[in-house]
Design a protein around this ligand. Structure first.
Ligand code: FAD
Ligand code: UDP
Length: 374
């Protein structure tokens, strides 16, 4: 029996949307299912008090991949926002990422040489050969002062575990530099879509059938019967009925408020790095787009344990969960007609650019036509 669609795409996040867009352009028929009531996945933005709100936490686009930037630029104009978050530790303010401004604020040093001397002095005293956890790794990289004030509290709130029980790779993401440069990212392309991520994804999905508030698992066999192939961007364990047990995630809770003032915190992102303040960061959305509105909207971000029914935001790539993921990944090899991609289906900490890059890799004209012949 001939099937109605070439591709059934589960999830209208960036992975699903890029896949759908490229397959549609190559003449394939696609249908996209999305269980939420909107497209764009976690990158979703909506307007409140005239200000674009990042509903699922700050999303700053940055990439070193020109192909990804050019591809997305067909659907969005990126502004010149540069992410320069600040840290508030018990009322003391520090620039991030760790740079000459931070070292000056922390130790009063002025030159890179002075900063390097102070850092080496601190690290030498506390150095651990073969660091086994995040605490040891962080102290080896930045010494105890920065670790205590800017890493420990934030990380333990974010991951809900002591730093001594967390894998060290999480902290390797944090840049360290000896210039007065507060740009959080090293990538050459950075910015926020001028009219929001949702509009960008809407343009990608133009001409493609999208069903919102439709959970693939509510009628799986019906949806499977409609398409030759499935592209799945939901959680990988859910796809296999959690047959080996549930993978762990970190979830988040957002508290959003409209305030009757023009400028509440003077920066888009402020991280609260001590343990006592229960949220990890506060964002003031208008600063992402240099907004001049009379009001402002802020969001406090609280990290929380994931449980069924809560949104799975961050995969926890420790050794136990990575081993479990590997068992599920082996099962995917028995599903030749299903393509698993994106942050949840690959159980990877992908930024948006990496997610787009993966979807572009899966949708080259060669791959789309090879699949047709199989
Ligand atoms: P998602 O965006 O999660 O999309 C998957 C979609 O599938 C969801 O909409 C979901 O509802 C849907 N779905 C799942 N199961 C089903 C089902 N059974 N039926 C139907 N639909 C289903 N990246 C950056 O580059 N810069 C940032 O600043 C940044 N900040 C982030 C902040 C936070 C708090 C988080 C959580 C992520 C951040 N990211 C950032 C990462 C970014 O969100 C991801 O790279 C990107 O959203 C991944 O897209 P995706 O399509 O893989 O997943
Ligand atoms: N981090 C920290 N202090 C900060 C910001 C980040 O210790 O002020 C640590 C924390 O462990 C976090 C990791 O660095 O999980 C990566 O931070 P990033 O902001 O890159 O991650 P995001 O949560 O935005 O994906």
């Amino acid at each position: 029996m001939s099937k109605k669609y070439d591709y059934l795409i589960v999830g209208a996040g960036l992975f699903g949307a890029v896949f759908a867009n490229r397959a549609h352009r190559a003449g394939k028929s696609c249908i996209v299912l999305e269980k939420r009531n909107h497209i764009a996945g976690n990158a979703y933005t909506r307007l409140e008090a005239g200000i674009p709100i990042h509903q699922y936490g700050a999303h700053i686009f940055h990439t070193g991949n020109r192909q990804v930037y050019e591809y997305l630029s067909q659907f969005a104009q990126f502004n010149h926002y540069v992410n320069s978050p600040i840290a508030n530790y018990k009322g003391e303010i520090y620039n991030l990422p760790f740079n000459m401004n931070t070292f000056h604020q922390m130790w009063g040093v002025v030159t890179p040489g002075q900063a390097q001397n102070e850092l080496s002095r601190q690290i030498e005293k506390h150095y651990t050969e073969n660091p086994q956890n995040l605490e040891e790794q962080a102290i080896n990289l930045v010494g105890p002062d920065i670790y205590e004030k800017l890493i420990k509290g934030y990380t333990e709130k974010q991951w809900g575990r002591p730093c001594t029980q967390l894998p060290s790779f999480i902290i390797r993401r944090l840049p360290l530099r000896f210039t007065y440069d507060n740009n959080y990212f090293n990538d050459p392309y950075q910015g926020i879509p001028v009219d929001g991520y949702t509009k960008m994804v809407e343009r990608m999905l133009e001409g493609i059938e999208v069903r919102l508030q439709t959970d693939y698992f509510d009628d799986r066999s019906y949806w499977d019967s409609l398409a030759k192939r499935i592209v799945y961007s939901g959680p990988i364990d859910a796809y296999f009925h959690c047959c080996y047990g549930a993978l762990q995630y970190r979830s988040l809770r957002f508290e959003t408020e409209v305030l009757d003032c023009r400028n509440y915190q003077g920066n888009a992102v402020v991280n609260y790095t001590d343990r006592e303040i229960p949220f990890t960061r506060m964002i003031e959305h208008k600063h992402f787009t240099f907004g001049q509105q009379p009001n402002t909207v802020i969001t406090r971000e609280y990290s929380q344990e994931w449980a069924p029914g809560k949104e799975p935001y961050y995969p926890i790539n420790d050794s136990e969960n990575s081993a479990l993921y590997e068992k599920y990944r082996l099962l995917t090899e028995r599903e030749p007609n299903v393509l698993f991609g994106g942050r949840l289906a690959e159980y990877q900490y992908y930024d948006m650019d990496k997610t787009v890059e993966r979807a572009l890799e899966y949708t080259t004209p060669e791959l789309l036509s090879i699949r047709d012949k199989q």
